[in-house]
Design a protein around this ligand. Structure first.
Ligand SMILES: Cc1cc2nc3c(=O)[nH]c(=O)nc-3n(C[C@H](O)[C@H](O)[C@H](O)COP(=O)(O)OP(=O)(O)OC[C@H]3O[C@@H](n4cnc5c(N)ncnc54)[C@H](O)[C@@H]3O)c2cc1C
Length: 419
């Protein structure tokens, strides 16, 4: 066994053991809660905006913990949970895209009766203790959790809100890739790397280039990951161009490099840059949206911050978590997962009249660790500790569907496919 594997195994054991105990205790308490929670007419609302990785987690855990008299209302514009982790793969591989859209009814079915409802709508603004919806409805809340994440085009995230349109979006990318010979992927973060290697794996005859503005691919991680990934890409025959930030001339399918050189491709796929969905708080009070990141500013308790102390105090029942919140943590699903628990503890404390005392401290080693696919047959696990020590574990033998079946079962749904 390699040194990295052994060290990584020990590290995982120290993380997973307390985590498993915590999950077990949560499950037992949830069972007890199911017996004590009672439906009441006109419950007080805990509204969660956004039903992706973070919003769904916080909504689900709230339904297991809130006292009688409260209800969780999750407002999400999409018809299905979008399993984003597989979007790059399903942008290349045809015939699997429907599995990336998982029905939401599992939470409705699993929650204690009366503790949860999902509203399919778009929140347009928040004012005077109410959220306003595109449909015209307004919902008064006792507590509000904003988990509206960020937006980005495919292959990272789609814009469709219906499953069939989402499938169509992915199929269009597949068809574009299928018909192109010279393809440029712009952006060498995780999505760009997964996409470029998948294109080359599933279409080995295509000429694939990845262009990245930094000197290292995946620069958020340690240099060893870059070395491993760049080596693998070159082995696959992918051209890797680093330290270049070309302008994309979309109409002409041209990359215009700062040197003045124009490079034409059949297809250019941008894979960089995401925009936080924070605009819904802009009229709440001054200074909630960070001018530099456009994310929602939060305290360590994950309550939102405004410019003035008075506004901050008046908005103390509003929390922001996940990719939309300026927490300094890696923009990863795992970070939202840990933040959800902090918010739940603080909401329960407020309901019980206790002081809000749970604070979020990012754990970049756990939250920022990554498993990257490098084509169907290869993947790499990478984790970096705060002192700079890192673990890099190459993994062989992959699965076309990237274990999507497990995602369905984690979300309580029955997988409709066969893998
Ligand atoms: C391709 C890809 C692969 C990834 N792989 C990993 C991985 O392997 N591991 C990992 O930990 N992380 C991974 N990530 C990162 C992870 O997906 C994000 O950190 C995570 O999605 C953040 O979740 P979120 O709920 O905060 O925001 P989002 O996922 O952005 O979700 C926000 C939700 O809010 C909804 N919404 C927004 N505004 C409104 C509104 N006004 N009204 C109603 N609904 C609204 C949106 O429809 C959306 O469903 C990956 C990301 C991508 C793009």
């Amino acid at each position: 066994m390699s040194n990295d594997k052994l060290r990584f195994g020990l590290k995982c054991a120290t993380i997973l053991f307390p985590f498993a105990l915590q999950l077990l205790s949560q499950r037992l308490l949830a069972l007890a809660h199911r017996w004590t929670y009672r439906t009441v007419p006109s419950p007080k609302e805990i509204v969660v905006i956004g039903g992706s990785f973070t919003g769904l987690q916080v909504a689900q855990r709230l339904t297991e913990t809130i006292p009688t008299g409260y209800r969780v209302t999750m407002i999400e514009r999409k018809s299905h949970f979008n399993y984003l982790f597989n979007f790059p793969r399903y942008s290349v591989l045809a015939g699997h895209e429907e599995y990336a859209f998982i029905p939401y009814d599992m939470l409705e079915n699993a929650a204690p009766k009366g503790s949860f409802r999902r509203i399919r709508d778009i929140v347009t603004s928040i004012k005077d203790g109410r959220v306003y919806l595109e449909s015209g409805e307004a919902i008064e809340f006792s507590y509000l959790v904003i988990a509206t994440g960020s937006r980005q085009g495919l292959p990272s995230k789609g814009i469709a809100t219906e499953k069939k349109d989402g499938c169509r979006e992915l199929q269009t990318v597949q068809e574009n890739i299928q018909t192109a010979n010279r393809i440029a992927v712009v952006g060498g973060g995780a999505v760009g790397v997964e996409l470029a290697t998948d294109i080359k794996y599933f279409h080995p005859d295509k000429d694939v280039t990845i262009v990245h503005s930094r000197e290292r691919l995946l620069q958020r991680f340690g240099p060893r990951l870059h070395d491993h990934v760049a080596g693998k890409m070159r082995e696959m025959g992918i051209h890797v161009r680093l330290g270049e930030r070309p302008e994309i001339v979309t109409e002409e399918n041209v990359l215009l490099f700062p040197s003045g050189k124009r490079q034409e491709y059949d297809l250019i796929i941008p894979c960089a840059g995401q925009t936080p969905n924070s605009a819904i708080v802009q009229d709440l009070a001054a200074g909630i949206i960070s001018p530099s990141t456009k994310e929602i500013r939060v305290q360590p308790t994950l309550q939102i911050i405004a410019d003035s102390k008075e506004d901050t105090a008046a908005l103390s029942n509003i929390f922001a978590i996940g990719d939309v919140a300026e927490t300094g943590s890696p923009k990863m699903g795992r970070a939202g997962f840990f933040q959800a628990e902090i918010v739940i503890q603080n909401i329960l404390a407020m309901i019980q009249g206790r002081e809000v005392s749970s604070v979020y401290q990012s754990r970049p080693d756990i939250e920022g660790s990554i498993k990257l696919s490098l084509g169907k047959d290869d993947a790499v696990m990478y984790m970096e500790e705060e002192d700079g020590n890192d673990f890099l574990i190459p993994i062989k033998a992959g699965n076309e569907d990237l274990e999507i079946k497990n995602a369905w079962s984690r979300l309580g749904g029955r997988f409709p496919g066969t893998t």
